[in-house]
Design a protein around this ligand. Structure first.
Ligand code: NDP
Length: 255
């Protein structure tokens, strides 16, 4: 996929979709900076990559995307000397309608899903301009269509989608491409992290299965393959695009 030896930063590589993105990029020969806050989980991702792809180059960067953009860039440059691709995957869920919205939660969701992406993209930018690199943002189907009761998350991802399009236009003259993937429901830890467990999770999953026209939820690797494509030179004429990986859900009437 023309990712051989490319230096790629993957945020949120310590879990779920981000760990799968790291795996697909390793398969394609990329050199990886794996970013997350949980050191044990990062080590687990790294160990799994080393086992599957002998000799893969990895760097664990224990960092918070809301605070540590410069450290992420400096540690990556120190090890690899350049940056070709930034995958902004780290993200958190928020729940609840406006009536009962917890403003602190709203701030935390926007801070991670939008402001964190902005800070890291801005910090990486001079290096991506040098390599004529690419950014891939992991947004959501919830950025494209509204879901009642998911206000913070939907607003954060819709704003992220506009960020993708605007920055794509700004950077096109410099040869840097910026795109997003917009997944539907994918089974990861993202729901349990906000306390959705057991029966509540079962019923959420059932509703999710029924709300995807393809009649199932997605798999982390279905998202990861699309990220790898957009990161690679195979997508050399694609910028400012939102790529739904959602079994057709973004086209449905909200319900
Ligand atoms: P997980 O909860 O499994 O993983 C989230 C990742 O983000 C973890 O690696 C976590 O790392 C990292 N992260 C969160 N906050 C920060 C932070 N402040 N600094 C650094 N890392 C952080 O969720 P998913 O894999 O499901 O989610 C990945 C992305 O996919 C998110 O952007 C999410 O919005 C998006 N998405 C997910 C969908 C789904 O159904 N699962 C659907 C649509 C989009 P750590 O714990 O180490 O800090």
């Amino acid at each position: 996929m023309s990712l051989n030896d490319k230096v790629v930063i993957v945020t949120g590589a310590s879990s779920g979709i981000g760990a799968a993105i790291a795996e697909v990029l390793a398969r394609e020969g990329a050199q990886l900076a794996l970013v997350g806050r949980n050191a044990d989980n990062l080590v687990a991702t790294e160990a799994s990559l080393q086992q599957k792809y002998k000799g893969v180059k990895t760097l664990n960067v224990i960092a918070d995307v809301t605070k540590d953009a410069e450290a992420i860039v400096q540690q990556t440059l120190k090890k690899y000397g350049r940056i070709d691709v930034l995958v902004n995957n780290a993200g958190i869920l928020g729940s609840g309608p406006l009536e009962t919205l917890d403003i602190e939660e709203f701030d935390a969701v926007l801070n991670t899903n939008l402001r964190g992406v902005l800070l890291l993209t801005k910090a990486v930018l001079p290096h991506l301009i040098k390599t004529k690199g690419a950014v891939v943002n992991v947004s959501s189907c919830a950025g494209i269509r509204p879901f009642a009761g998911a206000l913070s998350y939907g607003v954060s991802k819709a704003a992220l989608d506009q960020f993708t399009k605007i920055v794509a236009l700004e950077l096109a003259p410099k040869g840097v491409r910026v795109n997003s993937v917009n997944p539907g429901f994918v089974v990861t830890n993202i729901h349990s992290r906000i306390g959705i467990k057991d029966e509540a999770y079962k019923s959420l999953l059932e509703r999710a299965i029924n709300s995807h026209p393809l009649g199932r939820v997605g798999d982390v690797f279905e998202v990861a393959e699309a990220v790898a494509f957009l990161a690679s030179s195979k997508a050399s004429f694609t910028t400012g695009a939102l790529f739904p990986i959602d079994g057709g859900k973004h086209n449905l009437t909200p319900r």
